[in-house]
Write a protein that binds this ligand. Structure first.
Ligand code: UDP
Ligand code: MG
Length: 314
């Protein structure tokens, strides 16, 4: 029997994209010989016509398109996780649905799986179309993650565009955490991993859903998901504050003018407060993640599932 490829495409308010994404991706999948395929469109609580257009795609291509609907907007991680839970494929692809992750890469990724890889990550070789700020913040983000990655092998500039074998997906779904970040949990499981490189395109239509606040939250979730090293670094505040204390003492003895002494005191008090606030913030971020995790709430609630016919035969 032919193996099934399940492609997971999370969408939040992407009414301008549904039809084009399906057309482009289906045209690539139909060219792959020896495999059946399905696209699982995940509607992440959109308020526009995304879900309606998804259902139209299912009606037009019932064999090839399945639809998962979430009860509200859970964010990309929740949407991806919901798709993963419903994927029946022997081979699973996760990708953004705005055509920034080119579907044309799928055959190349599949070759790597056929050659023995359990995970294939797509790494962004160039970010020609990203703005200056996005390039800088992305480069800092990946550098920081790499520094913290310890024994994990993070592929350079790889985000969510990945292909997994059923073996890899089953291991991933067994991880008990509910707030895992896909780009961290995938390298965590290990297994034989390969990489394909690509140039990231511009969005086909619509606007990015990630702005500074959500990008910051995403970055924090990845960092807490990968390492507790920042928590250990909080200890560095003790010698730093000690050093500041000694310098202040010397300042008090050396300074002769009273105002000079007062300002020196204020300066050092603010430096200590700054260091301590930074440490408290690190602890607070980790504490927040712990609280989210101990609640054991699912990362997304699925309210609708219309499977593709191809997946029902599995
Ligand atoms: N997305 C989602 N839920 C959200 C935000 C985004 O499912 O709450 C989807 C979105 O529709 C797209 C993918 O995640 O398919 C990547 O989002 P986006 O293109 O806005 O991110 P960027 O490429 O700008 O980082
Ligand atoms: Mg995008």
């Amino acid at each position: 029997m032919e193996k099934l490829i399940s492609v997971i495409a999370p969408m939040f308010n992407e009414e301008l994209l549904v039809e084009k994404y399906c057309a482009v991706t289906l045209s690539v999948l139909r060219e792959i010989k020896g495999y059946k395929h399905e696209i699982i469109l995940v509607n992440d609580g959109s308020s526009d016509k995304t879900f309606q257009f998804m259902m139209e795609q299912h009606q037009n291509f019932p064999d090839e398109i399945g639809v998962v609907g979430l009860s509200r907007n859970f964010g990309l991680e929740g949407a991806v996780n919901a798709g993963l839970r419903k994927a029946k494929g022997d081979i699973i692809v996760v990708m953004d649905a705005d055509l920034q992750d080119p579907p044309q890469l799928i055959p190349q990724m599949l070759k790597k799986v056929e050659n023995g890889a359990d995970i294939v990550s797509a790494s962004r070789a160039a970010r020609k179309h990203d703005g200056f700020l996005k390039k800088i913040t992305a480069s800092l983000y990946y550098k920081l993650l790499n520094n913290l990655s310890g024994k994990l092998n993070l592929e350079k500039d790889a985000a969510n565009y990945r292909m997994l074998t059923r073996k890899a997906l089953n291991i991933l779904l067994e991880l008990p955490e509910t707030n895992g970040v896909f780009r961290i949990t995938v390298p965590y499981i290990g297994l034989k991993t390969d990489v394909v490189e690509y140039d990231r395109d511009v969005r086909f239509a619509g606007k990015t859903k990630y702005h500074f606040k959500s990008m910051f939250q995403y970055a924090m979730a990845s960092i807490t998901g990968i390492s507790v090293e920042p928590l250990e670094k909080v200890l560095y505040s003790i010698p730093l504050c000690g050093l500041g204390f000694i310098i202040s003492l010397i300042g008090i003895f050396v300074a002769d003018d009273t105002w000079k002494m007062v300002w020196t005191g204020i300066l050092f008090a603010s430096i200590f407060t700054g260091i301590l606030s930074a440490c408290l913030s690190v602890i607070a971020i980790y504490l927040g993640e712990v609280l989210l995790e101990v609640k054991h709430r699912p990362s997304a609630i699925i309210t609708e599932y219309v499977p593709s016919k191809n997946s029902e035969e599995v």
